[in-house]
Design a protein around this ligand. Sequence first.
Ligand SMILES: [Fe+2]
Length: 454
Amino acid sequence: MANPFTLGVASGEPLPDGVVLWTRLAVNPLSADPARPGGMAPRAVEVSWQLAEDERFTQGLRQGTAQALPAWAHSVHVRVSGLKAGTDYFYRFRTSGGQSPVGRTRTADDPESARPVRFAVAGCQRYEHGFYTAYRHLAAERPDVVFHVGDYIYESRQSARVVRPLGPLPGETSRLHEYRQRYARYKTDPDLQAAHAAAPWVPTWDDHEVLDNYRGRGDGSAAFLRRRDAAYQAYYENLPIRVRPQGGNLQMYRRRTYGTVADFMVLDVRQHRDATTMLGAAQEQWLLSRLVTSPVRWRLLVQPLFFARRFVPGPAPNLRGDSWDGHQAQRSRILAANAPGLAVFSGDVHNAWAGELKADFLDPGSAVVGAEFVGTSITSMPPATDGPAVLAANPHLKFFDDHRGYLSCTVSREELRVAFRAVDFVDNPGAPVRTVAEFVTKGSGLTSENTSSK
Ligand SMILES: [Fe+2]
C-alpha cells in the first residue's frame, strides 16, 4: 500500500482525562470512484496508534490498534481515556503503508483548575477561494484548543472565483462519495493539516457541510434526508468528534469545560432548527439550564451565526433571516437568562466584528449582558459589506474588519481577551499575520486595546 496518511492526523473533544485521535486513510485522496473513497480498496485495514507525553514517544507510552473500515471511509476515531488533565500529549498512527506525521494534543484542565485557557476560533474555509495561510499561523500559536464554527467544506459547485481548483468533482456535492471526496480535497491542504496536528479541535457545523441555508429536515423529502444523512456521515468520517451519526442524526451540541474558568457551550444551529426556533426546544432547555447553573466563571457560546442584532441600512431585508435576527424570540430568552460572564463566538459572515450584547438591542440605555466576537473567514470571500454604515446603525457593534483570519483568545478568571488575527492576502501563499484589533472584557462592557502588529 502507498502512503495512506495523505489527509493528516487530528485530535479533538478534549476532556480532563481523554481525547479522540483521528486519521483517515486515503492512498489516492482525490479518487472520484464511488466504490473506492480515497482510492482505498473495500476492505478493513488495521491501524496501530501510539500516544505519549513526549515527541520521542518514550514517556508514558500508550498504544493500541483500530480497524479502519470501508463503511466509514477508512476513518479511525480512537477514544483515549485515563490521561492527565491539562497536559500535552503526542500521537501518531502506523499501517503497513507507512507512518503518519506526529500530532500534538492536550487534555482539558482539571475541574478545580484556575489556569487561563488559550483558544482559537476559525471557520469558513472555501477551498477554491485561497490558501489556508491563516491556519499556518494558528498552528504556530499552539492553542490549548481550537473551535471551528462551521463551513468546514462548501458543498457548492466550484466558485467562479478560483485561486486553486477543486479537482475531479467540481460540481455540487449531494451524494456520499461526493462529500467524502470534497472533504479529502480540503484535507490535503498542508496548512489545514498543520492546524489539526497542533491542537485538539472542537468543531460545530453550519449549513455548507450539507446545503446552503438548510434548516432541520429541509423540505422533508426523502431525497433531502438521504443527502443530509450522507453529509452527516462524511462530517463524522472527517473530523475528530466523539459520536457517530445514528439514524440520520448526529448529537452536535455539547459543552467542554476548562476548570473553573470556561464553560464552552457548542451549539447546533442547523439540525434542530424549525420555523420558530434556531435551536429546537430540547437544545434551548439544555442551554438555558446550563447558563443559569454553571459554576464556572465564563459561559462561552460557540456557534456559527451572528448573534447580536445587525441592522443593515439600505433596501430590505435589513435583518438577515438566516441568522439570529430571524429568531429574535429565542435570542431574547437566552439573553434574559442574564448569565454572568456571557460571550458569544460566531462566524458565517466572512468579516470580523465585535460588539456588546444588550438586554434590548433597540434601547441604547438597556444593560450590557455580554459580548460577541465574530471571527472572519479563513478564505471564503465576503459579500460586499459597508462596515462603517452598519456600525453607525448599530451602536452596540464596536468593530468591523474585512481581512481573512481567525480569533486568538485567552480567558482567565479575571478577563477574556480576544485578538483579531488577519492576513492581507490568500490568493498566494505566505502572507504574514498581524493583530488588527484586540478586545478585553471583564464581564460587562468591551474595551479595545490599542495594538500594533505582533
Ligand atoms: Fe461561510
